[in-house]
Design a protein around this ligand. Sequence first.
Ligand code: UT7
Length: 330
Amino acid sequence: MTIAGLGAYLPERVVTNDDLAATGLDTSDEWIRSRTGIVQRHYAAPEQATSDLALEAGKAALADAGLGTDDVAAVIVATTTPDHMVPGTAPLVAAALGTEVGAFDVQAACSGFVYALRVGTALALAEDAPVLVIGAETLSRIVDPRDRGVSILFGDGAGAVVVVPDETGRIGPFSLGADGRDPSMLWTATGGTRAPVSHQVVDDRSHFLTMRGGDVYRNAVSRMAAASRDVLEQAGLTIDDVDLFIGHQANVRILDAVAQRVGIEPARCHVTVGQHGNTSAASVPLALADARDGGRLRPGDTVLLTAFGAGLTWGACLLTWNPTTGGGNA
Ligand code: UT7
């Protein structure tokens, strides 16, 4: 299995920490930078929704792979901010691409891309055909602009890969996990079937994302480190065999702690949270594209991806960056 194409899309509007402070939010550039490493994030334009971002990244990935929509056997969108509760976002993206192949969403919050890559890899193998896997989010629409503990963290964007079944590369092994015993650690409490939208919900502002930051932080570090170790062990590799480490871009302190636990130095880690903020399911493919564009991926490199998010969910996978297929791996 090989990643034959990689694409990214970031909305034009850049929102700095100072911009957020200027809205009257009781925060500062200094606090946000020192606690999270975030300098800026992108926000979608009012007329853009997640499928629009996903479409741009998907088109870029297909072009990068030198493939057309007709070559693709399925479209998978990992998102926790769908355009609608019903239907899924992937069918909208597939329609915009001009295809009627199977299209469905994967909801595993910030771990969504790693989960979707697992599903997409299996599907590409089963169908013996390329699969488009997209991570896309418009988190700016679900954070409470008055909640400084949450709103400063998140941004919008999309990243996509085309997974191709061939013998030249490797995607995997994977390690996926979930613990749903305490979903309130990071959730939107209402707006779903347990507590549908009502005037009360809106008055309470409980339809916005809420988080117990410290608990999430601790779990993010331990789960991403454990999942990373698990895939290395499955592959019979050590951290010394990894050329580039890309963790879920939530907070630079979390990434540093994970890197320290797995024993990898900063020079082999790619960090984009400063520029993108936390883009949930889009963060890993956006960081991968940023690494590629920055010349940090070389043919044959072993890349370790790991992610963690609401659920709780977590995951990791190894892949070989292989330049022999597609236009974008060189
Ligand atoms: O993508 C899914 C995963 N999400 C994450 O991984 C996020 C995980 N959590 C985090 O990254 C961190 O917990 C945060 C960045 C959210 C918070 O950082 P922290 O170092 O854990 O700060 P804290 O929550 O302990 O808050 C410290 C202080 C508090 O004030 P008091 O109680 O000490 O007076 C907060 O009210 O900082 C205050 N605070 C802020 N101050 C200025 C919280 N948010 C802000 C803010 N600006 N934006």
